[in-house]
Ligand binder design. Structure first.
Ligand code: NAD
Ligand code: UGA
Length: 465
């Protein structure tokens, strides 16, 4: 079977870039990305490509090439499902905030709604592809809903998790380490797998397209994120040991990373990992493990999250300790709010939690981030519900210029590793700040010796100056 039309439900950080690249690489497939959020769809259709809702280097060029040719963004979910022979589910699967499994399990409300809508809208057989990250065995529930609607149609369910990282989504999609497709080991299942393999084979070498059973595919996605997050927590644990012993975490990372069995990537000590997925996916895995009474397995992975929480608190406490144990009424500049560079995404960003801790100590914070607007900073803080929204607006300012953010500050904290922070005029910033002028580099992007020479009191992660 040859796929002619793809519908993707969910025009977010995954659905948008993934489908744009599929449309770019497969000009003979029509790709319709649908969402219930009208503003988001309007933004994807915006004439000015700087207004598309996801900031990713290179994405604007891909959208410019394919949009209106074979790539469309729409809120007309039902007719797009009807038109498609393959439907991707790429909706959000956040941690549950209520009821059984609150704070741990994945909330599958949106996925289930999608399955029901596909069942209701379809007038012909379809291949349904789970693109969202889902707990192992979710495909069973999707299958159950689709096969019990009594419309007599046949649905094949595939799992095709996405491994792109934000900030590098386009190169990751252009040249993936692998594409993973899970499906049933039946003739119909195999045919569906082949149809999706053929889509990716338009640009991905065949040997990089792995096919497995559905459960292996679902679990591999959770496992990949758990391993990646574990590496960050492991190096962050070592960073604390480095600070206590006089070792340098970058030297240690290099020394171990040159061992080909360990490898050099994902060993950057930091203020803590953020992003919408690492924490959510590990919590989900912990929850599933406990539900099978695998308590040791659950405890093992939970520690990755505990270490990450500790790293964020440790950074905030270091700021307080160095400001003579009080930050009350003191201005602290935050350079960066996004959870990593080259994205406007702030979900679970370490900056939010460090800010919240300092605000509870009555600090005044002034944030500068090149891609995050003011409303987002306030929304992130309000969402925590730690204090009234008016208090957040009183204590937190958002600057549109880094020098303005640092003016009259007691301390500057670097929370995101934006390249532009490396080339700021730090001499000028020193002049603008109150003395002693403190810099806390939560991303190890600055040269401590140079900063000391300029007069700063400088602290980084896992190394001393
Ligand atoms: P997102 O919140 O950016 O986008 C999800 C979109 O789905 C939203 O725009 C929402 O309005 C829409 N939506 C929800 N229910 C809908 C419905 N019933 N009909 C139509 N639209 C609906 O989320 P995201 O970051 O794109 O993540 C999506 C999934 O991909 C998650 O499961 C996530 O774990 C996974 N994932 C994310 C990343 C990443 O880098 N963000 C990477 C790999 C996998
Ligand atoms: C991560 C995975 O890398 C993707 O493969 C996966 O598809 C995605 O999650 C997902 O499922 O959502 P992402 O969260 O976009 O991608 O970005 P990462 O580059 O993995 O960074 C995550 C966090 O870890 C960031 O806050 C980053 O600053 C931090 N990090 C990363 C470190 O502190 N040190 C490192 O060495 C690497």
């Amino acid at each position: 079977m040859k796929v002619k039309t793809i519908c993707c439900i969910g025009a977010g950080y995954v659905g948008g870039p993934t489908m744009s690249v599929i449309a770019q690489k497969c000009p003979d497939i029509k790709v319709i990305v649908v969402d219930i959020n009208q503003d988001r769809i309007d933004a994807w259709n915006h004439e000015d490509l700087s207004q598309i809702p996801v900031y990713e280097p290179g994405l604007d060029r891909v959208v410019a090439e394919a949009r209106g040719r074979n790539l469309f963004f729409s809120t007309d979910v039902n007719s797009s499902i009807q038109e498609a022979d393959m439907v991707f589910i790429s909706v959000n699967t956040p941690t549950k905030t209520y009821g059984e499994g609150k704070g741990m399990a994945a909330d599958l409300k949106w996925v289930e709604l999608c399955a029901r809508q596909i069942a209701e809208a379809s007038k012909s057989d379809k291949i349904v592809v789970e693109k969202s990250t889902l707990p192992v065995r979710t495909a069973q529930a999707v299958k159950d809903i689709l096969h019990n609607t009594g419309n007599g149609l046949k649905f094949q369910i595939l799992s095709n998790p996405e491994f792109l990282a934000e900030g590098t989504a386009i190169p990751d999609l252009d040249n993936p380490d692998r594409v993973l497709i899970g499906g049933d080991d039946t003739p119909e299942g195999k045919e569906a797998i082949q149809a999706l393999v053929d889509v990716y084979a338009n640009w991905v070498p065949r040997e990089k397209i792995l096919t497995t059973n559905v459960w292996s595919s679902e679990l591999s996605k959770l496992t990949a994120n758990a391993f990646l997050a574990q590496r960050v927590s492991s190096i962050n644990a070592i960073s604390e040991l480095c600070e206590a012993t006089g070792a340098n975490v970058e030297e240690v990372a290099k020394a171990i990373g040159t061992d080909s069995r360990i490898g050099p990537k994902f060993l950057k000590a930091s203020v803590g990992f953020g992003g919408s997925c690492f924490q959510k996916d590990i919590l989900n895995m912990v929850y599933i493990s406990r539900s099978y009474q695998l308590n040791e397995v659950a405890d093992y992975w939970e520690q990755v999250i505990k270490m990450n929480d500790h790293q964020k608190v440790r950074f905030a406490k270091k700021i307080i300790k160095n400001l003579y144990n009080t930050v009350s009424g003191k201005k602290i500049a935050f350079l960066g709010w996004a959870f990593k560079k080259d994205t406007n995404d702030t979900r679970e960003s370490a900056a939010i939690y460090v800010a919240d801790f300092l605000l509870s100590e009555r600090a005044n914070i002034c944030v500068y981030d090149p891609k995050v607007p003011k409303e987002k900073v306030y929304a992130d803080l309000d969402y925590l519900n730690t204090r009234f929204p008016e208090e957040n607006r009183q204590l937190v300012q958002v600057a549109t210029d880094p020098y303005e953010a640092c003016k009259d500050a007691h301390a500057v904290a670097i929370l995101t590793e934006w390249d532009e922070f490396k080339i700021l005029d730090w001499g000028q910033i020193y002049e603008l700040m109150l003395k002693p002028a403190n810099v806390f580099d939560g991303r190890n992007i600055l040269d401590g010796a140079e900063m000391n020479q300029l007069g700063f009191r400088f602290q980084a992660i896992g190394k001393s100056y």
